[in-house]
Ligand binder design. Structure first.
Ligand code: ADP
Ligand code: MG
Length: 263
């Protein structure tokens, strides 16, 4: 039995494509036959809403079937998993209560390792090939938990004038987490929302290519309105419109992820 590979999508900058990338890479992995668990770690519940309608998301928030309950009660994640309806693709949904998670974690013993412990059972059972986690745009104790429970970090970066702003903080945070979780690796930086006609893209690529020890994914994701329509319909873009450019780009990015993690 192969080890479950856990990847966290994080960047303290909002709007950089974390939720979109986590959803679509997760879907592509499941289509390749890998068994995938998605975990929505953001109180904005964008990953949850990417694959479920509002009614399901609100119901899981009310019933306690979500990441907040699992973490605050420090119980195994296994009982909080919802099938997405797609083969090989499950999710632990989020809750707006996640706005309170930092306060909840604060007084707990070994508070950086709570999520890791919640995932222990599901990882040991070998039920999933991949666990993908969507982080909120913060760098606090909760994202520390997500990274302490991960093997890899992928940083989605928006190809915009402000896209690189604050990335140094993200790298510094990664360094801090590595002191607690030395096994964590930065798998790479993925550029999203690219308009190849604009200089911002070239500048972003140049800056990242000159950053030591950082792999820049060769497959980037261009701006595509199909992404927004797909999200509006709570569908992966490849389901909403299989011929969409971004569907092909997410497939290529996913293949690059698989080759890098050697699965
Ligand atoms: N390739 C893309 N083309 C067009 N819009 C995109 C693309 N990727 C993301 N978006 C849009 O940009 C916004 C931010 O993306 P999101 O994945 O939610 O970022 P984050 O999770 O980092 O905050 C969303 O409204 C999403 O619909
Ligand atoms: Mg998000």
């Amino acid at each position: 039995m192969k080890k479950t590979v856990t990847i966290c999508f994080a960047n303290n900058k909002g709007g950089s494509g974390k939720s979109t990338t986590c959803c679509n890479v997760g879907y592509e992995l499941s289509k390749m036959g890998y068994r995938v668990l998605l975990i929505d770690g953001d109180m904005q519940m964008n990953l949850s809403l990417s694959l479920f309608g509002e009614d399901v998301v609100l119901e899981s928030a009310q019933s306690g079937n979500n990441i907040y309950t699992a973490v605050t009660q420090q119980t195994a994640i296994d009982d909080y998993i919802t099938p997405t309806g797609y083969e090989n693709l499950d999710m632990v949904l989020s809750s707006s209560l996640m706005s309170n998670i930092e306060f909840q974690l604060f007084s707990k013993w070994q508070r950086e390792l709570i999520l890791k412990n919640c995932l222990k059972n599901v990882k040991a059972g070998g039920k999933y090939d991949f666990i993908l986690m969507d982080a909120p745009p913060t760098l606090g104790g909760w994202v520390m938990n997500m990274l302490c429970a991960s093997d890899y970090l992928i940083i989605p970066v928006e190809a915009s004038p402000w896209g690189l702003f604050g990335l140094a903080n993200m790298f510094e945070f990664f360094g801090t987490v590595k002191q607690i979780n030395p096994d964590l690796s930065l798998l790479g930086v993925a550029i999203t929302k690219v308009d190849t006609r604009k200089n911002y893209f070239k500048q972003t690529v140049d800056a990242l290519q000159n950053t030591d020890d950082v792999h820049l994914f060769t497959n980037y994701i261009r701006t595509d309105s199909s992404i927004e329509w797909a999200q509006d319909a709570s569908l992966p873009v490849a389901v909403y419109k299989p011929s969409a450019r971004s569907a092909k780009e997410y497939k290529a990015l996913t293949e690059e992820v698989v080759s890098l993690v050697n699965r």
